[in-house]
Ligand binder design. Structure first.
Ligand code: NAP
Length: 284
């Protein structure tokens, strides 16, 4: 058996057409053009590529976008002053601070400075709390994209066993909360989990967000499972996921490739979050 591929590129293209139509209709009805500001401190090459892709996504969907480039030795005060300025800018509906920040900066303090309604990454404590308590907050882009892909399988998620490997605040924990909202029975695994394969083999839905290439092997997967690979690692200049794709695709029912899987969906969900933030602002 060979798994069906959950194609992040194709799903993204179709979602971006819907987002572009939403942007156009918001502009026609209210005159509001959704705007995204990305703050980039320093010149990490990977971050520069991500930021460029975000700008391209905005252009493709008709949104306004600005990139605020700050030097690598920027002070916390200057960074926060930029965030305050963007908080007060009516053309900007979403603010994203590109992570990781240079080591001397306080990431948590910077993220807390963004107005929760402009926090399109969904990392603000208020949005994290809303996700936890079932409120209407901004959902972090990567887990939101992963859930969209899981839904595309058409599987009834009620009562399904879902296993998430990884417990970070930006992927693992919000992913687990989203699956819980969908009435899955959720297990979260991490580096101290005992006998990981015996846990992952129970999963109807297996999400891996670890960052170790080839970590999830075929013997860890239940036949027919949905396998979502969030991991991104660089090996000999190539991008690789957590999942041993060639082996696992012979066991799983559905699988996401890397590249061309969850990564493609993350920026698309950022655009979706920005459009939704602009719609809320327009209603006020
Ligand atoms: P992270 O903060 O480093 O978290 C990694 C998690 O993996 C931790 O919870 C860690 O457990 C767990 N882990 C490490 N070794 C393990 C083991 N042997 N068995 C079980 N669990 C283990 O990373 P992250 O920010 O969540 O990102 C995870 C991966 O997703 C990275 O490759 C990252 O590049 C990628 N990513 C992709 C996207 C995308 O758009 N596709 C977006 C964000 C991140 P402990 O908590 O016990 O240490």
């Amino acid at each position: 058996m060979s798994a069906q591929i959950l194609d992040g590129k194709a799903m993204s293209e179709s979602l971006r057409k819907e987002i572009a139509a939403g942007v156009e209709s918001l502009r026609e009805c209210t005159g509001v053009v959704p705007g995204l500001a990305v703050i980039l401190a320093g010149n990490d090459p990977a971050s520069e590529i991500y930021v460029r892709n975000k700008g391209n996504g905005c252009r493709e969907t008709g949104m306004y976008s600005v990139t605020v480039k700050l030097p690598g030795d920027v002070t916390q005060e200057t960074l926060e002053a930029e965030i305050d300025r963007l908080n007060g800018d009516e053309r900007i509906h979403g603010i994203l601070v590109q992570l990781p920040l240079p080591e001397h900066l306080d990431e948590a303090r910077a993220l807390a400075r963004i107005l929760p309604e402009k926090d399109v990454d969904g990392f603000h404590l208020l949005n994290a709390g809303r996700l936890m308590t079932g409120g209407d907050g901004v959902i972090p882009c990567t887990p939101r994209g992963a859930l969209h892909m899981i839904r595309q399988t058409g599987m009834d998620l009620n009562g399904k066993e879902a296993v998430v490997i990884g417990r970070s605040n930006i992927v693992g924990k919000p992913m687990a909360m989203l699956l819980l909202r969908e009435n899955c029975t959720v297990t979260v695994c991490h580096s101290r989990t005992k006998d990981l394969p015996s846990v992952t083999r129970r999963a109807d839905i297996l999400v891996s967000a670890v960052g170790k290439p080839g970590f999830v092997t075929a013997d860890m997967v239940k036949p027919g499972a949905v396998v979502i690979d969030v991991g991104i690692s660089r090996v000999d200049g190539k991008v690789r996921g957590d999942v041993d794709f060639d082996g696992v695709k012979e066991v799983a029912g559905w699988i996401t490739p890397v590249p061309g899987g969850v990564g493609r969906m993350t920026i698309t969900m950022l655009l979706q979050n920005t459009l939704e933030a602009a719609k809320k602002a327009a209603r006020k």
